[in-house]
Design a protein around this ligand. Sequence first.
Ligand SMILES: Nc1ncnc2c1ncn2[C@@H]1O[C@H](COP(=O)(O)OP(=O)(O)OP(=O)(O)O)[C@@H](O)[C@H]1O
Ligand SMILES: [Mg+2]
Length: 445
Amino acid sequence: MCTACGHESPKWHGRCPGCGEWNSIVEEARPAKAAGGVGVRGRRANALRPVALADVQAPEVDRLKTGIGEFDRVLGGGLVPGSVVLLGGAPGIGKSTITASALGNLAAAGRRVLYVSGEESAAQVRLRAERLGPHALQVPIVAETDLDTVAATVEAERPEVCVVDSVQVLNAAGLTGAPGSVGQVREVAGRLARVAKDGGPAVILVGHVTKEGSLAGPRVLEHLVDCVLSFEGERERTYRTLRALKNRFGSTSEAGVFEMREQGLVEVADASERFVAEATRAPGSVVLCSMEGSRPLLVEVQALVAPSELVPPRRVANGVDRNRLALVLAVLARHGGPSLGSSDVFVSVAGGVRVDEPGADLAIALALASAAKGLRLGSGARPLGAFGELGLTGELRHAAHPDRRLAEASKFGLEPVLAPGPRLTDLRSALRAAFAAQAGSERAA
Ligand SMILES: Nc1ncnc2c1ncn2[C@@H]1O[C@H](COP(=O)(O)OP(=O)(O)OP(=O)(O)O)[C@@H](O)[C@H]1O
Ligand SMILES: [Mg+2]
């Protein structure tokens, strides 16, 4: 079946004969025949009587708290019973670690849980649990890759929360595709979602991210589940961020910050304080007052500008969007900043954090200008704080929640902060203000 247009074909095609889309044909299990040998299509269905939403019975359900504050917050306040959560991330980022400690906490709180490990043997999972502490060791585990067996086990054990690690290794017996192929992954997720919806457990599906960065390959999987979480960060760094890409029961703009330690993933509640303390205060460094969902977060944006031999010169962006960087470079060149057409440009957000909001533009622009001029920004020992979106005509645009960003900045001693306002309306005035403050502090020193 074509995932784009629904065209059905008895054999696989590289290109769908129906709509011409490439690589969109996946294998689907045929729907089972209805009992009594009557075909599904031949059955006469009874009409239903619609009910006003106000009369629908909706029992109050308590969310299941995983005991990991940042994880609960990203989920929108905890796991919703019967929901399906897809947790994606690069290899080795800590998906098994976070799910194992969440199950450990739930088990310690008296919830029935189940860990289905398809990737690692029970002994390997035990080794990790030893690292995570006594709670994690109480979690019941099955090591199995056959989908039917897993579904039967879940139905027999009736856990309240079940983790499947990972969705790509489970094998649906009815399909010929290899485990991890599009059709297989769809079937596995669909089957487990049905088990969950029939009054079953909240299911956390662990999924790998493909090279292109999309979750578990097919986007189709994202439609099947209630909540898609992405675990990001660089493996060599200790900081990791968890963010919601889709959430039927909460906001998608929340993010949690974790640190990988010997005893597992530890929440970083005071992330802003750490990032400000670690800020280098060298030329090319600006502290960005960003928002991670409803929470302000201060992160250091660093830029390096170096003469280049290459045509076109290098543009390397870590933690910020490449296209956003290209836009900021163009606006800088046109509206009062340095022209960096013959320089290599590197921009990165310290700590391996990813910033995905337009409010980062001004901080990136100031870091680049500061790096290009070799001048340190900020007054005295304090780094410069900034936020704001850049428009194509060089104007500064408002970013969401300016008051919360400013409050967070003043909490950690960043004052003044360059932000869009009546006195700062465009990039030119922001650059002037940044370098004027700098010159003032040099004179005072
Ligand atoms: N003793 C330890 N101290 C600190 N960090 C550790 C320790 N042991 C493992 N780690 C970290 O845990 C990470 C592996 O975590 P985990 O197995 O949860 O990742 P994963 O996302 O499930 O990976 P995979 O995709 O391979 O299943 C390693 O990359 C390493 O950074
Ligand atoms: Mg794992």
